[in-house]
Design a binder for this molecule. Structure first.
Ligand code: PLP
Length: 490
């Protein structure tokens, strides 16, 4: 198209200012504000200009585009001003799905966040004394209550002594199990290593130099902490004697890392945690364990064995345990350091602690979650509730849903399957479940899963062996109706 014709087309376009005074857009300005509407008008006009410059619009086309500007601006605003972070329905059966936000928080946690964070609170204020307080007291008291018997059982030793702490005064803040909270478990490990081992050596088994989710690698966290990694043993076999031989005057601590997301099977050997604790005690070194998931709930109750809980580790004599808030604990994102009070006190006074600390929202959610544990109200914590659902309960819901969504195009079968805990907990532990297996005429399984994802709300499913599988274990019962609607619209 010749240049003068093109410039005629450009000239036809209204200016931003003219459009701002267009009566069709006035209501949008009232609703979304002048700045946002101006931005939207600019973007829409720019798109039309680009079309003209690429010779995609003739004179009639430009007239049509102009008549559609108000609608285009409205659509642009709807997209630009909607949330990017939004709910999805997790039908994968992976309870702690890192990409889907890990543990859903309890209603009580949400209520407590609203009550505490929407106004002022005593976050760092001692109301009784009228003085400045500490933000960690609110949850430390609950952790003490939940972890207290571990101290007695393990005889956690006070600083620099070989003696059992059982004879020391109970529950003074200098003894027993203390807990501090940081941003996540990666931060907890960083803080522990930096506080206890900066400039010195940390002994770790080669078989435990794990990477979790791509960005958390023990050797890298170690470097950032200023501690030096001393690897012992081989990938599949490490003995207590390997640790013992590596201990020297530069050694600051022994580190055990839970192999969260993989298993080593076959010809393997790993010292029991009690043996490591005994060695640490003998050589007067702290033993730190990165538990990863760190359950406060006895997983044996849902048939999962071999996944150590926080209490198990403390009872076995670990000095400091680190674990996540949004994995098996079922709370907000956070990282806990629980253990010997003298060591925890050192971490609290490390300036890194200030940089890694959590906000009032996390404390509020954590406090409410811990209160549920204190009351043994496990049903109120969504992750635990999902874990405790029986295959039969899930099967009944699945059958009911299958009857509603089955159609000429959509074949639906209810079959046996397995749910996964996820989040780096119990890598091999699965829970028996019942799955909805879907197939749609004219669509591959991947296409069907894609359509489910594009729905509103998005439904995230698993694809296995050419079938789309929905596991209702991780779908809240109140979401069943939404899943039904989405499936009906396929
Ligand atoms: C998950 C995990 C981490 C990281 O925890 P975040 O809370 O995600 O920072 C570290 N170590 C182990 C063993 C884990 O399983």
């Amino acid at each position: 198209m010749d240049a003068s014709l093109k410039s005629d087309l450009y000239r036809k376009l209204p200016s931003v200012d003219e459009l701002l005074h267009d009566s069709n857009l006035a209501a949008l300005i009232t609703r979304d504000g002048q700045v946002a509407v101006t931005e939207a008008i600019r973007a829409v006009l720019l798109r039309v200009r680009e079309e003209i410059s690429r010779d995609r619009l003739d004179s009639d086309g430009v007239d049509l585009a102009i008549s559609g500007v108000a609608g285009a601006v409205e659509r642009y605003l709807r997209r630009a001003l909607s949330y990017s972070l939004r709910p999805v329905i997790n039908a994968t059966g992976v309870i702690l799905h890192t990409n889907l936000g890990r543990a859903p928080i309890a209603d009580a946690a949400f209520d407590h966040i609203r009550e505490v964070a929407a106004g002022y609170s005593n976050l760092e204020f001692d109301v009784a004394g009228g003085e400045r307080g500490r933000r960690d007291v609110h949850v430390d008291r609950l952790f003490r209550q939940l972890l207290n018997d571990a101290r007695v059982a393990a005889g956690l030793r006070p600083a620099g002594t070989e003696q059992s702490a059982v004879s020391t005064p109970a529950d003074s803040s200098e003894t027993g199990v203390s807990t501090i909270v940081v941003n996540n478990n990666a931060a907890a490990v960083l803080l522990a290593l930096n506080t206890l081992a900066e400039g010195g050596e940390v002994i770790v088994s080669r078989g435990e130099l794990v990477e979790i989710g791509g960005s958390f690698r023990i050797p890298e966290v170690m470097r950032k902490s200023g501690a030096h990694l001393r690897e012992v043993g081989t990938t599949n076999r490490t003995r207590v004697s390997d640790y013992e031989e590596a201990i020297c005057d530069r050694t600051r601590l022994l580190l055990r890392v839970h192999r969260s997301n993989f298993q080593i099977t076959g010809f393997t050997e790993q010292p029991r945690i009690e043996e490591l604790a005994a060695l640490a005690r003998r050589r007067n070194l702290p033993l730190v364990e990165d538990l990863g998931s760190g359950s406060l709930y006895d997983l044996a109750a849902v048939g999962i064995s071999g996944e150590p809980g926080v209490l198990d580790s403390l009872r076995a004599g670990v000095d400091v345990v680190t674990y996540s808030g949004d994995k098996l604990l079922g709370g907000p994102q956070a990282g806990m350091l629980s253990g010997r009070s003298d060591l925890i006190a050192r971490m609290r006074s490390n300036s890194l602690f200030r940089a890694l600390r959590v906000d009032k929202l996390a404390y509020a959610a954590l406090e409410a979650t811990l209160l549920a544990y204190a009351k043994q109200d496990y049903g109120s914590i969504p992750a635990l509730r999902m874990m405790r659902l029986s295959k039969e309960e899930i099967g009944e819901r699945a059958e009911a849903l299958a009857d509603k969504i089955r159609s000429a195009r959509l074949t639906v079968e209810v079959i046996d399957g397995e749910s996964v805990i996820g989040g780096g907990a119990a890598p091999s532990a699965v829970l028996p479940t019942r799955l909805l297996a879907l197939a749609c005429v004219g669509h591959s399984a991947d296409e069907l899963a894609n359509k489910l994802r594009q729905a509103d709300p998005p439904v995230i499913a698993r694809v296995e062996e050419g079938r789309v599988l929905l596991d209702l274990r991780t779908v809240f019962p109140e979401e069943d109706a939404a899943v039904e609607q989405v499936c009906a619209s396929l």
